[in-house]
Design a protein around this ligand. Sequence first.
Ligand SMILES: O=C[C@H](O)COP(=O)(O)O
Length: 317
Amino acid sequence: MDKPSRRNAGTPLRTEWFESIRINTPASERRAASLPARRSLKKEWQAAWLLNAVRCIDLTTLSGDDTADRVARLCAKARQPIEADLLEAMGIDRLTTGAVCVYPTMVSAAKRVLEGSGVPVASVATGFPAGLMPLDLRLAEIRYALDQGADEIDIVISRALVLQANWSALYDELCAMREACGPALMKSILATGELKTLENVAKASHVAMQAGSDFIKTSTGKEPVNATLPVSLTMLRTIRDYRDHTGFDVGFKPAGGLRTAKDALNWQVLMLEELGRDWLRPDLFRIGASSLLGDIERQISHHVTGRYAASHRLAAG
Ligand SMILES: O=C[C@H](O)COP(=O)(O)O
């Protein structure tokens, strides 16, 4: 059983923790590029790693043409993401995704289908995806999503405040959002594809954590560049720094463009190597994805059928 982590209480704004950060971008890119070749996940354990990815997915639909029916189908998939016979073949009783993630007006439809499942409903809010709305309206949207029953809120930051290095305004905005979220988890989307440099990514990550974010999340899925491994590496190292300063564990959510089982494995290897095994669980790691599950399911099925065929050959031989 995973031990739940202590919720991040935040800190006063401490710009001295990040002002002098310098990031060697070519070195980050080289480190990220070397990941797929690593041997940290043995082949025979890959199905187990893929199952772990499933329990960490925030199964998402964030489309202009979302309907209550589409959300209901997504939630049915969140309750049972992998076919029962495949689970049984691997000796697993029950598996759900980490959460579902929808627009605020879809929260009540999701809650209805997920009742009794233990799967939380995350709602985007604060003027997702661009965040270009007055703060009071953005806070009102958080309250609306909570009234609808959201358990978690994925907020977007004001990118302009990062680009202007206005850290105190960013901190104040995020503190107000965290207060509006109350007991609901707050995941702060940095929209890293719009922050220009890895230094900005690191600084925005620090401010988001100091303001009490429970998770920092890469992207909305709507930027031209979404989750990448070098950006994720930068964010994971700031999570480590923040933990060294405060003792709080903050979660990480890569999102946008993760579509293959290989992506799910690469991101888990990165988590394992940078933060350790403790972070590979849904209260500290989520993968935001609308179309990753299909490939994972195919790969798991391939592993299970392959194993069955191999044991059958052995028995026959
Ligand atoms: O937060 C989740 C993202 O919006 C999902 O992006 P995706 O549709 O590229 O998987």
